[in-house]
Ligand binder design. Structure first.
Ligand SMILES: C[S@@+](CC[C@H](N)C(=O)[O-])C[C@H]1O[C@@H](n2cnc3c(N)ncnc32)[C@H](O)[C@@H]1O
Length: 210
């Protein structure tokens, strides 16, 4: 991946209001509860790193070299041991069944092909392992969903390939996961354009045996 230089440059500033608000609770729950051998996909600038438990071994992957550079600084400050690797979720350079936990926050909006990336998440998870996710998803309300679809081309252009209108929880089930818990929320957007990146789905899934 060539990467998105400007998106990486502004990402932390753009998300700062949300990080001070709902995202800190999300990261505490998703990353803070990760255990065993952990893989993070699409780690971005490393916003989850500070939330992993002391001494935990985390392999954090990210395809964008500009995001990676920012993540490197954060990896050094974390209490967990973070190993960074440049890789796409579409082709994870790890053996089958090699992680207890996979963490992904705000990633399935950006991957080119959700089915491909989720198949990789499933492949690298051990049987009984857990995929801990937080994603913005498509509105159930048809007007909301239509607004997301109409803005999608522009949104993808300014948002480094982000698709605001994906049915990500359905995709997770379709990829062979049992979603053991999912909570949808509709926080007040900290900045007005973020009305397109609601509702949110925070959840946990485990590979089905089929
Ligand atoms: C909105 S950012 C989220 C970053 C971070 N996970 C967070 O919670 O702040 C989306 C991230 O997905 C990454 N991404 C895009 N395509 C990807 C792929 N095929 N595999 C893994 N990550 C990808 C982007 O480079 C970017 O870092």
């Amino acid at each position: 991946m060539q990467g998105h230089k400007w998106f990486a440059a502004v990402y932390d500033r753009m998300t700062a209001p949300a990080e001070r608000g709902f995202l800190k609770h999300v990261r505490k729950e998703i990353a803070g509860g990760a255990s065993g051998r952990v893989l993070e996909i699409g780690a971005g600038t490393g916003a989850n790193f500070a939330y992993y438990q002391d001494g935990l071994e985390v392999v954090a992957t990210e395809p964008d070299p500009f995001m990676m550079r920012k993540a490197e600084d954060r990896a050094g400050e974390a209490k967990a041991r973070i190993e960074l690797k440049q890789a796409s979720a579409a082709k994870l350079p790890f053996e089958d069944a090699s992680f207890d936990t996979v963490v992904g926050t705000l990633v399935m909006c950006s991957v080119d092909d959700q089915a491909e990336a989720l198949a990789e998440v499933r492949r690298v998870l051990k049987p009984g392992g857990e995929y801990r996710f937080f994603e913005h998803v498509r509105y159930e309300n048809p007007i909301g969903a239509l607004s997301q679809t109409l803005i999608a081309p522009f949104w993808g252009w300014v948002g480094a390939g982000c698709h605001p209108n994906r049915r990500t929880v359905d995709s997770i089930r379709d990829a062979g996961f049992e979603v053991t818990r999912v909570e949808f929320s509709m926080p007040t957007p900290p900045i007005p354009p973020m009305i397109f990146t609601r509702p949110h789905a925070l959840g946990f899934a485990t590979p089905r045996n089929d």
